[in-house]
Design a protein around this ligand. Sequence first.
Ligand code: ADP
Ligand code: MG
Length: 502
Amino acid sequence: MSSHVVLEARGLTRRFTGVLALSGVDLRLFAGEVHALMGQNGAGKSTLIKVLTGVYPADAGELRLGGEVIHPGSPAAAQRLGISTVYQEVNLCPNLSVAENIFAGRYPRKSAAGFWRIDWSRMQIDARALLARLNLDIDVTRLLSSFHVAVQQMVAIARALSVEAKVLILDEPTSSLDEQEVKRLFGVLRQLRAEGMAILFVTHFLEQMYAISDRITVLRNGERVGEYLKAELPPAALITAMVGRELSAAAGRNEHPNTATGPALLEARGFGRRGQLNPVDLSLHGGEVVGVGGLLGSGRTELARLLFGLDRSDSGELRVAGERVRFDSPAQAIRHGLGMCPEERKVEGIIAELSVRENVALALQARLGIWSYLSPTRQKEIADRFVQALGIKTPDTDTPIALLSGGNQQKVVLARWLATEPRLLILDEPTRGIDVAAKQEIMNEILALARGGMAVLFISSEMDEVVRVSDRIVVMRDRSKVGELPGNSSEQAVYHLIAAGT
Ligand code: ADP
Ligand code: MG
């Protein structure tokens, strides 16, 4: 790590109507370092990045690049100065080729027959060279949309590097990548760091943050809490800095795993679907949290979808409270007392333009059918109850859900299913992309629900959460169940079974 400051922000302030998103924030980025920007949802991370990259002007404060005061008026201006960004949402053009995406807006040109034309072959050669720097060898003439999101992200980085970047900024680059892809991205970041680039990086994954970063700046409520070297800030101290108070060690932890016996609420035998899930045996009892441990692609979500009737099984049998059932649609599963929070909150979960109240009422209305319409007053009663019970932070239940933070949106989706009073709730990644404190609250909520008699199937790609909250852990690999472990097992034990299980 060098001691040369490349980019320095002093006293940055940015106000939106009613919100002080940044309040006198300082930041220093050194050449040849990976710098993590940490904070809960709403702390001001994205706003800071947008000010650094010219999306918004600051209301006050100063920005210096290599000692010179700069005023980037747009992302393009910031990029010309050497500050490149990969935003949270990969915002490239899926219907253009990879090469076009890398050079969009500044295609290389050549003179031909007296005209300046786009130099397509130059562009392809340059695109290939840039991607080679990222260890990626793909056909740059293919449409971007034909590649997986991880490749699209690499293309976004290649685009960021296609100008002489001194600073590279990434806002949650790993949220849609699997483990291998994260490794690959980190390999690239390490290489760029070795070349002297200053890298600013936002993530919600603590483990990843510790794996890659050298220095950490923590924001809370729009203010800078501090700047630390990684070694100075162990996880507990980091969380305290982010949250502003100490979280008790017991938060969200299942101290007394429930070893449920007796008749199962749900019993699956040889249950599966060709090409999706190899036949599994699984039982769930009221009052227990059963975690599903497995890597991305292990069949976790496929299991959840089959149980809930989103996909149809083609082998085995399923019983709910002893009764043989067959779900051809979620409506049938809901009538038998099942509920499910799906994985992609943005896609399947929330309806952005509806209010909190309407979002909570959705599943209950579906269960009651169109003949027993829930009046707005009744909807409001139910929504108010859950806003209270889950501590959902919203001005009122008529607020559009889109205005809530990610953690609070997630709680609304949870409330929706709780309102149907399910006997069995399937949670697929209920804590994905939300901050540490909201995670703990949701995990506490899951435990409380189970202790109230509900059966919970809990899927999470964060293994530490699975082992913390579960009474029992079903371990999956390659679309098969490879075993079960008791709830207080270590993460290593789960990984070991994944690696060894057949
Ligand atoms: P983070 O990225 O750390 O989650 P943000 O920078 O997105 O936080 O948000 C900081 C605060 O500023 C939040 O209270 C958010 O609601 C508010 N905010 C961010 N962008 C806007 C905007 N364009 N208009 C109004 N308020 C905004
Ligand atoms: Mg953000």
